[in-house]
Design a protein around this ligand. Structure first.
Ligand code: BEZ
Length: 219
């Protein structure tokens, strides 16, 4: 059953706690770019990011930064998808205000979720929330529809768009090369080899067997 933020919500769990490796729940919704079905994005990477409310300062800063980096996500075959409990008219007014006041076009769709059907299905509700504000959740979903990363930030702290881009690049590199990305890895940096599995491999690798560089990656 496809969840819908604007039509049918009764079949959805009240609140789920998704984990890395789970399938991203499917849903249909109205967005600033028209009707949308999540499963239509299978075959592409998806960055689904929830924000607490339209017309708020931290959210505006995040949207401006995401708009400025949108081409880089697109080059990496990653669709950007915003969501909040605000209505479609509120989203449209906010997008228009960002354009007129700051000269920035928001090039990605923003989902309306007034019933919180999608927010509940994805566990985007802050446990301490007094209202419909969703936590600053980020779901990185791979082309097979599997959740590969989940980030949660409080309403008071903006997310780092360069870090979201780095996360995408790292996941794509891990999939491509079968290696691992170390702390603060950036595209072009060396990756590290996966943990060794046998005593023979450990003996062959020497004293630094638990921390071995892998091959040089492409920029
Ligand atoms: C903000 O984006 O600035 C914000 C949103 C909700 C609560 C507080 C701040």
């Amino acid at each position: 059953m496809i969840a819908s933020s604007s039509v049918e919500t009764s079949s959805l769990p009240r609140c789920t706690s998704l984990r890395i490796g789970d399938r991203a729940p499917d849903f249909s919704a109205r967005t600033t770019h028209g009707e949308f079905i999540m499963s239509a994005l299978r075959g592409h990477w998806v960055l689904l990011f929830a924000h607490p409310a339209d017309f708020t300062p931290v959210c505006t800063s995040e949207f401006i930064a995401l708009a400025r980096s949108a081409e880089e996500f697109q080059q990496r075959d990653c669709a950007l998808l915003g969501i909040s409990a605000d209505s479609l008219p509120a989203h449209l007014a906010w997008v228009e205000a960002i354009h007129t006041q700051f000269g920035i076009q928001i090039p990605f769709p923003i989902i309306e979720d007034p019933s919180l059907a999608v927010a509940r299905a994805y566990g985007m509700i802050d446990g301490t929330a007094q209202d419909s504000a969703t936590v600053r959740s980020v779901f990185m979903i791979d082309p097979s529809g599997t959740i590969r990363s989940i980030l949660n930030y409080p309403a008071t702290v903006g997310r780092s768009v360069p870090e979201l881009l780095r996360l995408l690049c790292a996941l794509q590199e891990v999939d491509r090369a079968g290696t691992l990305t170390p702390e603060s890895w950036q595209p072009g940096d060396r990756t590290v080899a996966p943990p060794l599995q046998t005593q023979a491999a450990v003996e062959k690798a020497g004293a630094k067997w638990f921390f071995q560089p892998a091959g040089k990656t492409r920029p």
